[in-house]
Design a protein around this ligand. Structure first.
Ligand SMILES: CC(C)(COP(=O)(O)OP(=O)(O)OC[C@H]1O[C@@H](n2cnc3c(N)ncnc32)[C@H](O)[C@@H]1OP(=O)(O)O)[C@@H](O)C(=O)NCCC(=O)NCCS
Length: 158
């Protein structure tokens, strides 16, 4: 972790984060989730929603995930443009990996636009592979690539 990353606070997302999350979402995605979508994910069972705050309290990034049946679905991950390439997405995905250990998940997966080269490069760099394609997945008609990280199989039940 960089010195910058060590000055960060990582914690569960809460209602007080929603304005900043919605604003970072708006500047990060061509078709952003609405604030209400994020609000509806907070405090719900089987969710893992984390934010990174900088030392000055500003929002540096977030990840919103849902998990069930040994799978973790990364719904959203974004980092403030001013904070990119400093390892913050890596820090957030490490949190997701720690969750995967706690719940003995077998797979972490997500959808990504083929045109989103930074994100695809990031996921490949942490071990994800491209496992499928969902035609016309996004509202503007772009396909989604499905990327997965397969984890060690859960121990068989006795
Ligand atoms: C994708 C995103 C989350 C990456 O966040 P980040 O904090 O900048 O990523 P990190 O600093 O942890 O990068 C880790 C590695 O990913 C790769 N990577 C990240 N951004 C990259 C870019 N723009 N170009 C090429 N490789 C990139 C690199 O291998 C990088 O390691 P390096 O900096 O040592 O070369 C960020 O660019 C973002 O918020 N994008 C807009 C939202 C988005 O597209 N989210 C994903 C939707 S599926």
């Amino acid at each position: 972790m960089s010195a910058q990353a060590e000055a960060l606070t990582v914690r569960d997302a809460r209602a007080a984060d929603l304005d900043a999350v919605a604003e970072l979402e708006r500047i990060s995605f061509p078709i952003p989730w609405k604030r209400e979508f994020f609000a509806s994910e907070i405090g719900v069972p089987h969710r893992f929603n984390r934010v990174v705050r900088s030392r000055d309290g500003s929002l540096a990034g977030y990840v919103f995930c849902a998990f069930a049946g040994g799978e973790i679905h990364v719904n959203k991950i974004a980092v403030d443009p001013a904070c990119r390439r400093q390892g913050i997405a890596h820090l957030l995905m490490r949190e997701v990996l720690e969750l995967s250990g706690r719940i003995a998940a077998e797979e972490i997966y997500l959808e990504v636009r083929p045109s989103n080269v930074p994100a695809r490069t990031f996921y490949l760099s942490i071990g994800f592979s491209e496992v499928g394609r969902r035609p016309g997945y996004y509202a503007d008609g772009e396909d989604a690539l499905v990327m997965s990280l397969f984890l060690a199989r859960r121990a068989a039940s006795p």
